[in-house]
Design a protein around this ligand. Sequence first.
Ligand SMILES: C[S@@+](CC[C@H](N)C(=O)[O-])C[C@H]1O[C@@H](n2cnc3c(N)ncnc32)[C@H](O)[C@@H]1O
Length: 582
Amino acid sequence: MALRRLPRRAPLHSQLRGAKPWTELWDTPAAGTPLQLLFTAAGMADHVEVRPSGIAGAGRGLFARKKFAPGDVVVSVDRPLAAECEYDRMLDTCSWCFHRSITEPEERAQAASMGLPMGFIEVKACSGCRRVAYCSKKCQSKAWKQDHKYECKIIGVPGRPPLPPPVRAVIKLLGRLKADPTGSSSKLLELLTFRPFEGGAGLDEFERNNKARLDDFNTLAHAAWFYSDKPNFDFASGELIAKGFLFAFYSNQVRISSPLDEGQYGSCFDPLICSANHSCEPNAIITFAQPRQFIRALKPIKAGDEVLVHYVDISNPFGVRQLDLKDGYYFHCRCPKCKKGSRFAAEDEFCKMGEDLDDDWFKLADELVERHRDVLDKYMVPVNDAKAQERLTAMQAEAFTVAQQKGAVSVDDIKATLKMCINSGMWKWTRQPVPKLCRNLLSVYLANADVYRAFRVGIKLYFEITPVISPQAFSPERLILAWNLSTVVNVLCGPMHEDVCNELAKEAGIELRVVYCGLLFDLYDNIDYMYDDETPFGVLVNGTYEQIIPQLGYPEQQLRDKAKEMRPKIEELARSISVDTI
Ligand SMILES: C[S@@+](CC[C@H](N)C(=O)[O-])C[C@H]1O[C@@H](n2cnc3c(N)ncnc32)[C@H](O)[C@@H]1O
């Protein structure tokens, strides 16, 4: 971050002292019940309501007012209130609708030939700032009208380093509030009632626990306020409001990504969506459909049930989930599952008791204890024997460090870590980070166009691992994996890989074309629960299905029966793939 460090300021709690408490500010009759205005504006008042959460200490939560079946849309917003592109996406992704465009000609032609939207979309930089881009005049004009006008001159200053996405979000929110401090924009102040900020208490807690981060945070909030021409408001100091907005964005932001692309396009914050609390056993999920954002039911939800989503990967063991929530969202999870602790959950189980680690692994484990001493707390595995606990914890730290490493990781490093987990006899294939390591291996094989190996790890993931960690067949993980695997199998069915097809048919009785159809059926039957026909992924899946299946010259039911018959064979092949042959 290339921002100049600004002069130290008094701690937030002392600035707040003597000021009107935040809660009082928003309790004026004009403000209405916090969040009610936003709900009414979005027309969701009949579907959901906000009231005290069933999770102790979690503040408010989102509750269903009617019943929802799996896949139903519980909440829908046309575009999140604040949504910003990542630094490296600002010139290839539309800053309004978040469709990405591929700029490299060869890659673009390939994407277009596969029917992928990023092969057709073209973005143009804003002629004012040249820092952000749009895919159409319509998107540009919507963005300008809503809030780009407040940041265009600020971010376009020649030589000024790009501002972090949350700072840009705050500049725009301040601009909106400044332009209309008492009118409809005043409802933006409801953002300050969000946990963990709620009246500045979250910031005070932040200061107690993480002083260094608070300094950075104050610097960024000051920068947003300063660049916005230091606005002030009758009801509170502009800089405090900037802090509140920044904290609300930082601690509640949701990643913007696309199922058709790896990586992150941006981050967003929407008060309606963000009123749902986290659970490690959620009944709903947040999805993004460029630029619409939804909460969709994962399980049946009854009227009166709290709608709970996941903020972090819930297939991780208890300790890792708790830390991810603490680091990313600044709270300790007190969902019903976490209240029971770590001992009984499937994702925390090892194949054997920690004390039963084979002697052969002691030397490696002791080396890892030294290497990961600083993070042992984070990966702690509770075991009765202290030495066994330290060793298993260090192995878990090593496995997660490799699995979460950013940037290029070699196939050898991933495989060595997988071997440690599986050959030590401690990990199941479904215990994290083994699934993550397999997914990383799949990405590397795909990037290297190593189609056969991608197929092997892909079927291991799709037919053996993911059904356990993502039980709903329409979960994004399952659908995305089905799509990736279907493209791999389709390539293997081509003339270049005839030998592979023949060998699989001869050795295992597996017909790859039938496997391909089976994957298309899985996708077609489940896609609507998560991505409707207006989303790029929905269009792609439905379009591929409608083009391919009728061409095959068999009645659809006959193809479905054949795919069903083939399934146990491919599942058996998946199970037979060992850590040495993956
Ligand atoms: C996106 S907001 C959700 C709305 C929030 N409960 C409110 O009252 O504004 C996230 C905040 O809710 C609280 N929260 C959400 N899920 C929680 C959980 N499982 N356990 C404890 N607190 C939770 C935390 O304070 C967290 O920072």
